[in-house]
Design a protein around this ligand. Structure first.
Ligand SMILES: [Fe+2]
Length: 295
């Protein structure tokens, strides 16, 4: 495994590894060490199918099932362990402009951390590119450890110890999408997340932000919302951002605990099909807290 850093702060491009074969324990450990250092790893030319991607992902912990399982009317195109990052419906047709999943998915163009709104949030997301449009559709990543380091001493003192509430309904409402089934609202109440977290693998502090965050506990709503706006704007300045321009066969793995990301626009009349697996952060299990605040 060879790694070349492709951004001044983070992101490694990895060669000499075939992810379709199950890695041995020593190599999986090397991947974790590289993730702790680079936060985003890019693997090119990986011919990997869904079961192989699932097996690779499970080397790093239990993996999520898609939140769309909560909605009994939602028909899945892919295995329940795969988040369907495409503009295709369950019949493999390009979704209608007003399709529910498409509308909701537009909010993925806002800066976020995957699954920060879930009672068990995520360590890694692993995304592989199957079909790409002729232009656009890049994914951008921001380094929230470097962003924390660059805060003024006053802002560091202000944000340390604060807790934000994250909800999938908050990020969707930001693009005007509010059409959630009652089961979905009930199943995903807001989750409290510390605004500053120590990244366990590196010992560095990181801002934990996302478009899912809508308020800060014990702070007036406008003040909390403004602070969240300011912090996302700070963390996503160009010097902290890497833009990934996809090639078919790319697999990109990122650490949601110390990065933000967003999708970029593309021609929705063309197919864009990427498959994501997501590793659960069992060390950040908020099930008890979420139940208590929902009660
Ligand atoms: Fe995402």
């Amino acid at each position: 495994m060879e790694i070349k850093q492709v951004h001044p702060l983070f992101v490694g491009e990895v060669g000499g590894i075939d992810l379709s074969r199950l890695l041995d324990a020593a190599t999986a450990k090397d991947v974790v060490a590289a993730m702790d250092r680079y936060a985003v790893l890019v693997f090119h030319d990986q011919a990997i199918d869904d079961p192989q991607q699932i097996a690779f992902s499970q080397l790093f912990g239990p993996i999520e099932t898609t939140r769309h399982l909560i909605n009994p009317n939602h028909k899945l195109r892919l295995d329940k362990h795969i988040a369907d990052i495409s503009n295709l419906d369950d019949q493999n047709r390009i979704m209608a402009p007003d399709a529910r999943r498409r509308m909701s998915g537009l909010a993925n163009r806002l800066w976020h951390s995957d699954s920060s709104y879930k009672p068990i949030s995520a360590t890694y997301s692993i995304l592989s590119a199957k079909v790409l449009p002729s232009w656009g559709g890049e994914t951008e990543f921001a380094d929230t450890r470097a962003a924390y380091d660059a805060l003024s001493p006053q802002l560091k003192a202000q944000v340390d110890g604060l807790v934000a509430l994250h909800s999938i309904h908050t990020s969707r409402a930001k693009v005007g999408f509010t059409d959630f089934a009652d089961e979905e609202r009930a199943a995903l109440p807001p989750v409290p997340q510390s605004l500053v977290r120590v990244h366990p693998g590196s010992g560095r502090k990181a801002l934990f932000l996302a478009s899912h965050a809508g308020s800060i506990l014990d702070m007036p709503l406008p003040e909390g919302m403004m602070l969240l706006h300011d912090l996302i704007e700070h963390a996503t300045q160009r010097q902290f951002v890497y833009t990934h321009r996809w090639r078919v066969g790319d697999l990109v793995m990122w650490d949601n605990r110390c990065t933000l990301h967003r999708g970029r626009p593309y021609d929705m009349a063309e197919v864009r099909d990427l498959h994501r697996t997501t590793v659960s952060d069992m060390a950040n299990d908020k099930r008890g807290v979420a139940r208590a605040s929902a009660a």
